[in-house]
Design a protein around this ligand. Structure first.
Ligand code: MTE
Ligand code: MO
Length: 258
């Protein structure tokens, strides 16, 4: 297939999604469904198209202060209640450590002070939730690329996996913890940051304190809140149900590019 045909197919797939609204999400929840297979293959297509055409370095739009019209609407988990998290919060995050491990030369254990001492980036971007709302907010944090450089990714590392403090679902087997993952291209993208600040203040608990991911060219659910560990991995099979994130395990696209 030539490049134009390739793209046209991707666009057709995307507009089908746009028209069918919530039903699509219902169908997606069924991992075995025909709809899920169709969407999964369109998703793989758009991911490959994005990477092939070299869109790896394009920037998401950034906005002005005047475009921030309301606070960032909290969504998903907003108040983790695990004992370890609550103790860290009570201590003003002094005991918090971000672990960076897996396929790295130098595993890291970084305090918030360590992260704040690194070069920072501030960006005003639009957060698009798959549920159909958007918010423009200002995010401040350390570029993930700099954190990865400190740890020294090994050549085999293809994905960064983010593990979070919050139990997103209670199952018979116990609490299921939120997790997400991105590829190394998004991990090294200049707008991909580990944010500790929002709209000029410390990141609130409702929005992921003390540290949350911003990966600005993807949908909201990729932006893991309450991150305690980043693991570099060669594949995603070893995590959760093997699809690379809590929501991908439930039928949502792993690559949620916008
Ligand atoms: N750990 C964790 N991260 C998460 C979620 C969550 O429930 N738990 N929800 C996701 C979804 S669906 C969205 S839209 C955004 C919401 O971020 P906000 O609360 O700052 O608006 O966080 C994402 N990251
Ligand atoms: Mo979302």
């Amino acid at each position: 297939m030539n490049r134009r045909g390739f793209l046209a197919k991707g666009v057709a797939g995307a507009s089908v999604l746009g028209l069918s609204g919530c039903k699509v999400l219902d169908g997606l929840a069924d991992q075995e469904g025909a709809l899920h297979r169709a969407v999964a293959s369109a998703n793989g297509l758009s991911y490959r198209a994005q990477r092939l055409i070299g869109g790896g370095h394009t920037l998401a739009p950034e906005y002005a202060e005047a475009d921030i019209r309301q606070g960032q609407r909290p969504n998903g988990s907003t108040n983790p209640d695990g004992a370890e998290y609550l103790a860290l919060e009570a201590g003003g995050w002094a005991g918090y450590r971000l672990a960076v491990k897996g396929l790295v030369e130098r595993p890291q254990s970084l305090s918030l002070a360590d992260l704040r001492a690194m070069p920072s980036r501030t960006q005003i971007t639009r957060h698009d939730c798959v549920e159909g709302w958007s918010c423009i907010a200002k995010w401040t944090g350390v570029p993930l690329a700099l954190v990865l450089d400190r740890a020294g990714p090994q050549a085999a590392a293809r994905f960064a996996v983010f593990r979070c403090y919050d139990v997103i679902e209670q199952s018979l087997a116990g609490g299921i913890l939120y997790y997400e993952s991105i590829d190394m291209i998004d991990a090294r993208h200049p707008q991909t940051i580990l944010a500790y600040g929002m709209n000029g203040a410390d990141l609130p608990v409702a929005n992921g304190a003390p540290l949350r991911l911003r990966v600005e060219r993807q949908l909201g659910y990729k932006m893991a809140k309450y991150v305690h560990t980043i693991e570099l991995a060669a594949d995603l099979k070893g995590y959760g149900e093997g699809h690379g994130s809590y929501w991908a395990d439930r039928g949502y696209d792993w690559y949620a590019g916008i």
